[in-house]
Design a protein. Structure first.
Length: 427
């Protein structure tokens, strides 16, 4: 059979996405265990997520330091012993934290899963926060924070969030290098005792899972209640957005200026989130976006410019971010405003609508390709008391959204008078 290579093959968007089943199990002590059995190799990923993000700390850096110090020594093992054992069993551990939650993830071969879970139990339940290791950690992290504080990108990013939520709000407050000097083992131990408990967590396991692995998890984490038996949820302060709409932070030795523009929006539970996700993609959410084509490709003001909707458990915000040469600050700001106004005044063309639909659907399909990626998505949506159907909602919105809907959302949420602009640099 001869193929005519001048004719492109047929193309059709899928009608639905192949989401795997998530099996939810309530263990004996009430701890939730979710299994995503999609693996073919004998490898497992075990993630335990705690409501122990930075919103829960009463002092800066305590939450992140507690998490990052968990593997630096336990009742049974020293830090070097933990590293050697994980290496011996071909396992690894990652730590991740944001404003709302902290997550500890172990990767393990199935044949060594029980051994790895024994180490995991020590790290999660019985850390000792040795002073020597804590001092080394403080010294290294303090130096890194001092370096980061000199970057205009860091200054602009943190200044925007503080302006949007207020410097005293849990979503708008940021630490300083000297805050590391105030940390001690007792502070970390108290935070761990209060928030690292079976009543304050859930577990997600993905890969090739059998009843054997479920029993192992139950034996180590699911029988008796462990940790603080009472769940503590701090009260959220009121959001106090700064009345200043343009905030300039000079940095005379900077070769570039950082621009951050944003406004408080909502999280993924909001009825307009899926539509705004699509609108954000058009504006600056991918490499072919309007901001990128205009400000990078046509004008040459920057190497990259993006927009994003950042979601937390109780709120969210839109942000547009870029770094430009100092002489291009004003022209770049004008072009960002022009692109927003164009979204409010002109309907998106059918060709661009189709292009963005294809991109979003393709990106969703890539995001669920593999057990690890699916686990990441599930953990993310679980934070807002949702499930994988949230991904289906974004998929469905991408299929059915119209130019009229995009125009309406742009006028509803992208009024330029409501946006806060941060400029940090020499301009």
């Amino acid at each position: 059979m001869n193929l005519d290579r001048t004719i492109a093959p047929g193309f059709k968007l899928p009608d639905k996405i192949p989401l795997p089943a998530v099996n939810d199990i309530c263990l004996q002590n009430g701890l939730s265990l979710s299994t995503i059995n999609t693996g073919t190799a004998d490898i497992l990923r075990f993630s335990i997520v705690f409501n122990a993000g930075t919103r829960y700390q009463s002092q800066f850096l305590v939450a992140g330091s507690t998490l990052n110090m968990l593997a630096e020594g336990t009742v049974k093992y020293k830090s070097e012993e933990i590293s050697e054992l994980l290496d011996f069993y071909g396992a690894s551990v990652d730590f991740d934290i944001d404003r709302d939650w902290s997550c500890i993830t172990f990767y393990s071969l199935a044949r060594h899963f029980e051994k790895v879970m024994e180490i995991a139990e020590q790290i999660i339940k019985y850390p000792v926060f040795p002073e020597r290791e804590l001092n080394i950690y403080k010294q290294n992290q303090k130096q890194q924070l001092i370096i980061d504080r000199e970057k205009v990108s860091t200054i602009a990013r943190e200044s925007l969030v503080s302006a949007l939520f207020g410097k005293n709000h849990i979503y708008g407050a940021f630490s300083h290098p000297d805050d590391y000097d105030k940390l001690n083992p007792l502070l970390l131990s108290e935070f761990h005792k209060k928030y690292y408990s079976s009543i304050n967590a859930f577990i997600v396991v993905s890969g090739k899972i059998s009843e054997k692995e479920i029993k192992i998890i139950s034996d180590f984490f699911g029988k008796d209640t462990w940790g603080n038996p009472q769940k503590t949820e701090p009260e959220l302060p009121k959001i106090l957005t700064s009345p200043e709409k343009i905030i300039c932070i000079p940095k005379t030795d900077s070769l570039q200026s950082a621009i951050r523009i944003g406004k408080v929006l909502f999280n993924k539970n909001h009825h307009d989130y899926c539509g705004m996700f699509f609108l954000n993609t058009v504006l600056g959410g991918y490499f072919g976006s309007r901001l990128m084509k205009n400000i990078r490709e046509e004008k040459g003001y920057t190497y990259g410019i993006y927009s994003n909707i950042v979601c937390m458990r109780d709120s969210g915000y839109l942000t547009i971010s870029t770094e430009v040469s100092n002489e291009y600050v004003k022209p770049a700001l004008n072009e960002i405003k022009n692109e927003i106004l164009r979204l409010q005044q002109q309907k998106i063309t059918k060709d661009e609508l189709s292009l963005v639909k294809n991109y979003i659907i393709g990106d969703i399909l890539r995001s669920i390709d593999g057990a690890w990626k699916i686990a990441d998505i599930y953990i993310d949506v679980r934070q807002i008391n949702a499930n994988l159907k949230h991904i289906e909602q974004i998929f469905d919105e991408a299929l059915k959204i119209t130019p009229d809907k995009i125009l309406d959302l742009a006028n509803k949420y992208l009024n330029t008078d409501t946006l806060t602009t941060i400029i940090s640099g020499k301009y």
